[in-house]
Design a protein. Structure first.
Length: 286
Protein backbone atom coordinates (compact mmCIF):
# COMPACT_ATOMS: atom_id res chain seq x y z
CA UNK A 1 0.00 0.00 0.00
CA UNK A 2 1.04 3.61 -0.44
CA UNK A 3 0.06 4.47 3.12
CA UNK A 4 0.86 2.72 6.38
CA UNK A 5 -1.88 4.50 8.34
CA UNK A 6 -4.05 2.35 10.57
CA UNK A 7 -7.15 3.83 8.88
CA UNK A 8 -6.03 2.66 5.45
CA UNK A 9 -4.85 -0.70 6.77
CA UNK A 10 -8.14 -1.37 8.54
CA UNK A 11 -10.15 -0.42 5.47
CA UNK A 12 -8.04 -2.70 3.28
CA UNK A 13 -8.34 -5.54 5.80
CA UNK A 14 -12.12 -5.09 5.87
CA UNK A 15 -12.23 -5.32 2.08
CA UNK A 16 -10.10 -8.47 2.22
CA UNK A 17 -12.42 -10.04 4.79
CA UNK A 18 -15.40 -9.35 2.58
CA UNK A 19 -13.68 -10.92 -0.41
CA UNK A 20 -12.79 -13.98 1.68
CA UNK A 21 -16.42 -14.40 2.71
CA UNK A 22 -17.48 -14.22 -0.94
CA UNK A 23 -14.95 -16.93 -1.85
CA UNK A 24 -16.06 -19.21 0.98
CA UNK A 25 -19.73 -18.73 0.11
CA UNK A 26 -18.86 -19.76 -3.46
CA UNK A 27 -17.34 -23.01 -2.15
CA UNK A 28 -13.89 -22.25 -3.56
CA UNK A 29 -10.52 -22.74 -1.93
CA UNK A 30 -7.93 -20.02 -2.30
CA UNK A 31 -5.92 -22.28 -4.58
CA UNK A 32 -8.94 -22.96 -6.80
CA UNK A 33 -9.76 -19.26 -7.13
CA UNK A 34 -6.16 -18.43 -7.97
CA UNK A 35 -6.17 -21.12 -10.65
CA UNK A 36 -9.38 -19.82 -12.22
CA UNK A 37 -8.01 -16.25 -12.25
CA UNK A 38 -4.53 -17.23 -13.48
CA UNK A 39 -2.78 -15.93 -10.34
CA UNK A 40 -0.02 -17.26 -8.16
CA UNK A 41 -1.72 -19.29 -5.44
CA UNK A 42 -0.43 -16.99 -2.65
CA UNK A 43 -2.13 -13.92 -4.12
CA UNK A 44 -5.57 -14.83 -2.79
CA UNK A 45 -4.45 -15.08 0.83
CA UNK A 46 -2.40 -11.88 0.55
CA UNK A 47 -5.46 -9.98 -0.67
CA UNK A 48 -7.73 -11.52 1.96
CA UNK A 49 -5.41 -10.57 4.82
CA UNK A 50 -4.69 -7.06 3.56
CA UNK A 51 -1.04 -7.71 2.76
CA UNK A 52 -1.41 -6.49 -0.81
CA UNK A 53 -3.92 -4.13 -2.38
CA UNK A 54 -5.99 -5.64 -5.20
CA UNK A 55 -6.51 -3.77 -8.43
CA UNK A 56 -10.01 -3.09 -9.81
CA UNK A 57 -9.31 -5.83 -12.37
CA UNK A 58 -8.47 -8.25 -9.55
CA UNK A 59 -11.78 -7.53 -7.84
CA UNK A 60 -13.75 -7.96 -11.06
CA UNK A 61 -12.03 -11.30 -11.70
CA UNK A 62 -12.71 -12.36 -8.10
CA UNK A 63 -16.42 -11.58 -8.51
CA UNK A 64 -16.58 -13.28 -11.89
CA UNK A 65 -15.11 -16.55 -10.66
CA UNK A 66 -17.15 -16.59 -7.45
CA UNK A 67 -20.41 -15.93 -9.30
CA UNK A 68 -21.15 -12.47 -7.86
CA UNK A 69 -20.30 -10.17 -10.75
CA UNK A 70 -23.18 -7.95 -9.65
CA UNK A 71 -21.18 -6.96 -6.55
CA UNK A 72 -18.08 -5.92 -8.47
CA UNK A 73 -18.99 -2.23 -8.81
CA UNK A 74 -19.64 -1.85 -5.09
CA UNK A 75 -16.40 -3.62 -4.17
CA UNK A 76 -14.38 -1.49 -6.59
CA UNK A 77 -15.93 1.57 -4.99
CA UNK A 78 -14.71 0.30 -1.61
CA UNK A 79 -11.24 -0.04 -3.10
CA UNK A 80 -11.36 3.54 -4.37
CA UNK A 81 -12.20 4.67 -0.85
CA UNK A 82 -9.10 2.92 0.46
CA UNK A 83 -6.98 4.53 -2.23
CA UNK A 84 -8.43 7.93 -1.43
CA UNK A 85 -7.19 7.79 2.16
CA UNK A 86 -3.69 8.69 1.01
CA UNK A 87 -2.99 11.08 -1.84
CA UNK A 88 0.53 11.81 -3.00
CA UNK A 89 1.34 15.48 -3.55
CA UNK A 90 2.80 14.68 -6.98
CA UNK A 91 -0.52 13.20 -8.08
CA UNK A 92 -2.59 16.02 -6.59
CA UNK A 93 -0.34 18.70 -8.06
CA UNK A 94 0.35 17.02 -11.39
CA UNK A 95 -1.81 19.59 -13.19
CA UNK A 96 -0.59 22.54 -11.16
CA UNK A 97 -1.06 24.22 -7.82
CA UNK A 98 -4.28 26.00 -8.83
CA UNK A 99 -6.14 22.71 -9.30
CA UNK A 100 -4.84 21.45 -5.96
CA UNK A 101 -6.19 24.59 -4.26
CA UNK A 102 -9.56 24.23 -5.99
CA UNK A 103 -9.90 20.57 -4.99
CA UNK A 104 -10.74 21.39 -1.37
CA UNK A 105 -13.28 24.14 -2.04
CA UNK A 106 -16.34 21.83 -1.64
CA UNK A 107 -15.04 20.49 1.68
CA UNK A 108 -14.36 24.00 2.98
CA UNK A 109 -17.82 25.14 1.91
CA UNK A 110 -19.68 22.31 3.65
CA UNK A 111 -17.66 22.33 6.88
CA UNK A 112 -19.00 24.38 9.76
CA UNK A 113 -16.41 23.70 12.45
CA UNK A 114 -12.72 23.62 11.57
CA UNK A 115 -10.11 22.53 14.10
CA UNK A 116 -6.59 23.26 12.84
CA UNK A 117 -3.25 22.59 14.51
CA UNK A 118 -0.01 23.59 12.84
CA UNK A 119 3.47 23.34 14.38
CA UNK A 120 5.23 24.92 11.40
CA UNK A 121 3.13 27.40 9.41
CA UNK A 122 0.26 29.88 9.58
CA UNK A 123 -2.68 27.89 8.11
CA UNK A 124 -4.27 28.80 4.79
CA UNK A 125 -7.51 30.46 5.94
CA UNK A 126 -5.59 33.23 7.75
CA UNK A 127 -2.58 33.67 5.46
CA UNK A 128 -1.79 36.93 3.65
CA UNK A 129 -1.32 37.06 -0.09
CA UNK A 130 2.42 37.58 0.32
CA UNK A 131 2.76 34.63 2.70
CA UNK A 132 0.76 32.41 0.34
CA UNK A 133 2.89 33.42 -2.66
CA UNK A 134 6.10 32.67 -0.78
CA UNK A 135 4.87 29.23 0.28
CA UNK A 136 3.53 28.23 -3.12
CA UNK A 137 6.63 29.44 -4.93
CA UNK A 138 8.68 27.33 -2.58
CA UNK A 139 6.50 24.30 -3.29
CA UNK A 140 6.71 24.86 -7.03
CA UNK A 141 10.49 24.94 -6.97
CA UNK A 142 10.88 22.04 -4.56
CA UNK A 143 8.52 19.77 -6.50
CA UNK A 144 9.37 21.03 -10.02
CA UNK A 145 5.77 22.00 -10.80
CA UNK A 146 4.38 24.14 -13.59
CA UNK A 147 4.31 27.85 -12.79
CA UNK A 148 0.68 28.71 -12.08
CA UNK A 149 1.47 30.24 -8.70
CA UNK A 150 -0.32 33.52 -9.38
CA UNK A 151 -3.58 31.72 -10.20
CA UNK A 152 -3.16 29.38 -7.22
CA UNK A 153 -2.59 32.31 -4.87
CA UNK A 154 -5.83 33.93 -6.05
CA UNK A 155 -7.78 30.71 -5.50
CA UNK A 156 -6.49 30.46 -1.93
CA UNK A 157 -7.27 34.12 -1.26
CA UNK A 158 -10.79 33.65 -2.63
CA UNK A 159 -11.31 30.58 -0.40
CA UNK A 160 -10.67 32.72 2.65
CA UNK A 161 -14.13 34.24 2.40
CA UNK A 162 -15.37 31.32 4.51
CA UNK A 163 -13.67 32.98 7.48
CA UNK A 164 -16.05 35.95 7.37
CA UNK A 165 -19.08 34.54 5.55
CA UNK A 166 -21.68 32.05 6.69
CA UNK A 167 -21.63 30.10 9.94
CA UNK A 168 -18.12 28.67 9.69
CA UNK A 169 -16.05 28.57 12.87
CA UNK A 170 -12.28 28.18 13.05
CA UNK A 171 -10.45 26.90 16.12
CA UNK A 172 -6.76 27.32 15.32
CA UNK A 173 -3.75 26.31 17.41
CA UNK A 174 -0.20 27.33 16.56
CA UNK A 175 3.13 26.70 18.20
CA UNK A 176 4.81 30.00 19.13
CA UNK A 177 7.77 29.03 16.95
CA UNK A 178 5.50 29.47 13.92
CA UNK A 179 5.51 33.20 14.63
CA UNK A 180 9.29 33.25 14.31
CA UNK A 181 9.74 31.17 11.14
CA UNK A 182 10.76 33.44 8.27
CA UNK A 183 8.47 32.89 5.30
CA UNK A 184 8.90 35.34 2.41
CA UNK A 185 11.28 37.66 4.24
CA UNK A 186 10.86 40.31 6.92
CA UNK A 187 8.26 42.47 5.15
CA UNK A 188 6.03 39.52 4.33
CA UNK A 189 6.28 38.14 7.87
CA UNK A 190 5.55 41.52 9.43
CA UNK A 191 2.42 41.81 7.29
CA UNK A 192 1.41 38.25 8.12
CA UNK A 193 1.78 38.76 11.86
CA UNK A 194 -0.17 42.01 11.66
CA UNK A 195 -2.94 40.14 9.83
CA UNK A 196 -2.85 37.48 12.54
CA UNK A 197 -3.54 40.16 15.14
CA UNK A 198 -6.52 41.36 13.11
CA UNK A 199 -8.12 37.95 12.48
CA UNK A 200 -7.68 36.91 16.12
CA UNK A 201 -10.46 39.36 16.99
CA UNK A 202 -12.95 37.97 14.45
CA UNK A 203 -15.98 36.25 16.01
CA UNK A 204 -15.49 33.26 13.72
CA UNK A 205 -11.88 32.65 14.81
CA UNK A 206 -10.50 31.23 18.04
CA UNK A 207 -6.72 31.57 17.89
CA UNK A 208 -4.55 29.84 20.47
CA UNK A 209 -0.77 29.96 20.63
CA UNK A 210 1.27 27.43 22.59
CA UNK A 211 4.14 29.35 24.25
CA UNK A 212 7.71 28.15 23.81
CA UNK A 213 7.96 27.87 27.58
CA UNK A 214 4.93 25.62 28.01
CA UNK A 215 5.53 22.39 29.93
CA UNK A 216 5.46 19.67 27.26
CA UNK A 217 6.03 16.73 29.59
CA UNK A 218 2.64 15.17 28.80
CA UNK A 219 1.62 16.76 25.50
CA UNK A 220 4.24 17.44 22.89
CA UNK A 221 3.89 18.75 19.36
CA UNK A 222 2.45 16.38 16.76
CA UNK A 223 1.95 16.45 13.00
CA UNK A 224 -0.11 19.29 11.61
CA UNK A 225 -3.73 18.37 11.00
CA UNK A 226 -7.18 19.70 10.09
CA UNK A 227 -10.39 18.31 11.54
CA UNK A 228 -13.58 18.94 9.57
CA UNK A 229 -16.74 18.84 11.70
CA UNK A 230 -15.15 15.99 13.66
CA UNK A 231 -16.04 13.74 10.70
CA UNK A 232 -12.63 13.49 9.08
CA UNK A 233 -9.07 14.59 9.70
CA UNK A 234 -6.51 15.46 7.06
CA UNK A 235 -2.86 15.12 8.02
CA UNK A 236 -0.14 16.74 5.93
CA UNK A 237 2.91 14.51 5.39
CA UNK A 238 6.10 15.06 3.42
CA UNK A 239 4.91 12.81 0.59
CA UNK A 240 1.20 13.56 0.59
CA UNK A 241 -1.85 13.96 2.77
CA UNK A 242 -3.70 11.34 4.73
CA UNK A 243 -7.44 11.27 5.37
CA UNK A 244 -8.54 9.79 8.70
CA UNK A 245 -12.13 8.58 9.06
CA UNK A 246 -12.00 5.74 11.59
CA UNK A 247 -14.03 6.80 14.67
CA UNK A 248 -11.43 5.73 17.22
CA UNK A 249 -8.72 7.67 15.37
CA UNK A 250 -10.93 10.74 15.06
CA UNK A 251 -11.32 10.56 18.83
CA UNK A 252 -7.53 10.54 19.24
CA UNK A 253 -7.20 13.72 17.18
CA UNK A 254 -10.08 15.35 19.04
CA UNK A 255 -8.39 14.52 22.34
CA UNK A 256 -4.96 15.78 21.28
CA UNK A 257 -6.51 19.03 20.06
CA UNK A 258 -8.12 19.42 23.48
CA UNK A 259 -4.83 18.71 25.25
CA UNK A 260 -2.92 21.13 23.03
CA UNK A 261 -5.60 23.75 23.66
CA UNK A 262 -4.96 23.38 27.40
CA UNK A 263 -1.35 24.46 26.77
CA UNK A 264 -2.27 27.42 24.58
CA UNK A 265 -2.95 31.03 25.46
CA UNK A 266 -5.75 33.01 23.85
CA UNK A 267 -6.98 36.57 23.55
CA UNK A 268 -4.72 39.23 25.02
CA UNK A 269 -1.98 36.75 25.93
CA UNK A 270 -1.89 35.38 22.38
CA UNK A 271 -1.77 38.89 20.93
CA UNK A 272 1.14 39.69 23.26
CA UNK A 273 3.12 36.79 21.79
CA UNK A 274 2.33 37.95 18.24
CA UNK A 275 3.36 41.51 19.09
CA UNK A 276 6.59 40.17 20.54
CA UNK A 277 7.33 38.37 17.28
CA UNK A 278 6.69 41.61 15.35
CA UNK A 279 9.06 43.49 17.67
CA UNK A 280 11.67 40.82 17.04
CA UNK A 281 11.33 41.32 13.29
CA UNK A 282 11.61 45.07 13.69
CA UNK A 283 14.79 44.50 15.67
CA UNK A 284 16.32 42.42 12.90
CA UNK A 285 15.72 45.24 10.46
CA UNK A 286 17.47 47.68 12.72
Amino acid sequence: MKSQSSSAQQALAALGTRLREIRIDAGLTGRALAKHAGWHESKVSKIEYGRIQPSPEDIRAWCLHTGVSGQAAELVASLRAVEGMFVEWRRMESTGLRRAQEAVIPLWAQTRNFHIYNPRLIPGPIQTRGYIAALLNGLRLRRSLIDDVEDAVQVRVDKQRVVVEGSHRFSILLEESVLRYQIGGTEVMTGQLGHLLAVSSLPSVSLGIIPLGADRSRTWSVEGFWMFDEKQVKVELVSGHLTITQPHELKLYKNIFRDLSDLAVFGREARTLIAGAIDHLDGTRG
